[in-house]
Design a protein. Structure first.
Length: 570
């Protein structure tokens, strides 16, 4: 019977552990993982993160990280500065020790690892390194024997002088595995199920032995076994050049091979009267035993947060059954991505910003505010075109009937996009045609409103301005949401532009709209009343939504893409 450590090492007949690992890996990695900075107005952080991910091959190493976390219960991520950037290294539970203070903050980390050192003779020799990291210093010891994590003393060490930790913090994150079957964190998925996994392995091993022994229909005879059987194994290869040269087949001494060392001879001669030869047909594995073994594996897989794939037939069953797997994998993703790799990337961004300050802006990244890094993964099951279409219809209905903003609707359609990316999607080319049609219709209706006493289009009696002028700021703020403004025409900057000129330009355009439509009077040259507060113009590169909070709207037609479109129509 194989023990749990032996099964984890790949020795054993049960595939429960391997199936569970593969299922978790499939759903945790999903269709691919991408890391995105939450705040990144210039796109510099995205470029830095992508380069860091590519140089460290993180996408190809996610599988090994997940296996280490699920098998060992925890792993350590270490951000190590090097000449050309940073290295993100990971260590299993038996290669590091993390010490915490009374507040639960990381106080020190000890890491051991080995490497192959080439000797003068040309041979390689295994050497061991022991690192101890604090926020202030990094201590390094090296020797031929594997060091002890708990004991700070080292046998025949080669100790280098402690070097200062230039980062000023411990660049390590301990990732703790959340176990579905337990309230504890930082333990293996298989720890609490160890005895049951061993029992299942014993059961599978017995089934395989029965198959090996009984599946060849044993021969019942009164002769000796040596008379009716012949040896297998090396005899199969005898007589050839390879066998004469000392070649022996690999795996000939394995338990599975030893169970199949003899076979019945092809010809049995010299049969005398009264001898008995009868072929026995035996059912090697009863159906009840196979059903119980499958049911036992199903219970184990479900207890560990996965599902047993047997019996799943339709697509509807797949989406329902695998919901449990997605829930378990989401906890693994939270542990490894959100609380692990994202925080390591945030450390790298912080280090680059400190480097930028120290170098006077010649190196590193400029400060951009919040350093939060998020991750997103493509779905395991690719959505059909019908599902995507239904989601966009739902988003449109939310905007039309409930009044949800365009950006919030885009979050529903593209749940994995960051705020910066959504702003870019809104500003990259345009505006919804339905919005523009509605806005133009509202302006026309206001311009057609006739004062019953005077018979001319209604105006505000306090200011003498058309009623449509009060609707323009609201329309602009909604239609221009997220759009980037260019610099002011004629090299005017927001600091030296007269706000009254912007208002006059807007009101003049409204008057032209009324005149060309034949339903209003000429209003060119109308000056705004002094009681109207001047509008604050947005700075170049800002959005209407960002500038509107500082007071007023924005009525400069030369700077508003949407109002330019309205003016061109009329």
């Amino acid at each position: 019977m194989a023990t749990l450590p032996e099964i984890l090492a790949g020795n054993g007949e049960s595939l429960v552990i391997h199936n569970h690992l593969q299922q978790m890996i499939t759903f945790a990695r999903a269709g691919g993982v991408e890391f995105v900075a939450q705040t990144d107005s210039e796109g510099l952080r995205k470029t830095f993160i992508d380069r860091l991910v590519r140089k460290n091959r993180l996408k190809t190493r996610l599988k090994s990280m997940l296996v280490r976390m699920i098998k060992g219960g925890r792993l350590l991520l270490y951000l190590r500065p090097v000449a050309d950037g940073y290295r993100i290294q990971d260590y299993p539970a038996d290669q590091y020790r993390a010490d915490y203070d009374a507040n639960g903050d990381l106080e020190a980390v000890v890491i051991i690892y080995s490497y192959k050192a080439r000797q003068t003779s040309g041979q390689t020799k295994e050497r061991w390194v022991r690192l101890r990291l604090t926020a202030d210093v990094i201590e390094k010891q090296e020797g031929d024997a594997k060091p002890d994590l708990e004991n700070d003393q080292y046998q025949t060490p080669v100790t280098t002088a402690p070097i200062a930790n230039s980062l000023g913090f411990i660049p390590c994150i301990e990732v703790l595995n959340p176990v579905p079957a337990s309230e504890k964190e930082g333990v293996s998925d298989f720890e609490e199920m160890g005895s049951r996994i061993e029992a299942h392995d014993t059961m599978i091993e017995a089934i395989i032995e029965n198959l090996d022994f009984f599946c060849r229909s044993p021969l019942l005879t009164n002769r000796e076994a040596s008379e009716v059987t012949e040896a297998m194994g090396e005899d199969l290869y005898s007589g050839g050049v390879a066998h004469a040269s000392g070649y022996r087949p690999a795996g000939a001494s394995s338990p599975r091979r030893q169970r199949s060392q003899r076979k019945i001879k092809r010809v049995i001669g010299g049969i005398d009267e009264g001898e008995m030869f009868q072929q026995l047909v035996i059912n090697p594995v009863p159906g009840d035993l196979l059903a119980f073994a499958s049911r036992y594996e199903q219970q184990l897989r479900e207890a560990m947060g996965g599902v047993y794939e047997g019996g799943i037939e339709t697509a509807a069953e797949t989406s329902i059954v695998y919901g449990k797997v997605q829930s378990t994998a989401a906890e693994k993703q939270e542990a490894l991505y959100t609380l692990g790799l994202c925080e390591i990337l945030e450390m790298a961004i912080y280090a680059e910003e400190m480097l930028n300050l120290a170098s006077g802006g010649a190196m590193g990244l400029p400060e951009m505010g919040d350093r939060t890094v998020n991750w997103r993964a493509a779905p395991v099951f690719v959505e059909s075109t019908n599902e995507i279409n239904l989601r966009t219809i739902s988003a449109r209905n939310l905007m039309k009937f409930v009044g949800v903003s365009a950006k919030e609707a885009l979050k529903y359609v593209f749940p994995g996009k960051s705020d910066s990316e959504l702003d870019g999607m809104v500003s990259d080319g345009g505006f919804p045609s339905d919005y523009l049609s509605t806005a133009i219709g509202m302006l026309q209706q206001l311009n057609q409103a006739i004062d019953p006493l005077t018979g001319v289009p209604q105006v505000d009696p306090a200011t003498g301005q058309p009623l449509s002028a009060y609707l323009l700021p609201f329309i602009i703020n909604n239609l221009n949401y997220g759009q980037q403004f260019s610099t002011v025409p004629n090299n005017d900057s927001p600091s030296n532009v007269d706000p009254n000129r912007a208002i006059s330009a807007a009101l003049g355009t409204v008057a032209r709209i009324q005149q060309q439509s034949g339903r209003g009077q000429q209003l060119d040259g109308m000056e705004p009343a002094n009681v109207r507060e001047p509008l604050q113009l947005p700075t170049p590169g800002s959005t209407v939504s960002e500038s509107a909070s500082s007071g007023g709207g924005f009525l400069d037609f030369n700077r508003s893409p949407v109002l330019n479109a309205i003016r061109s129509i009329f």
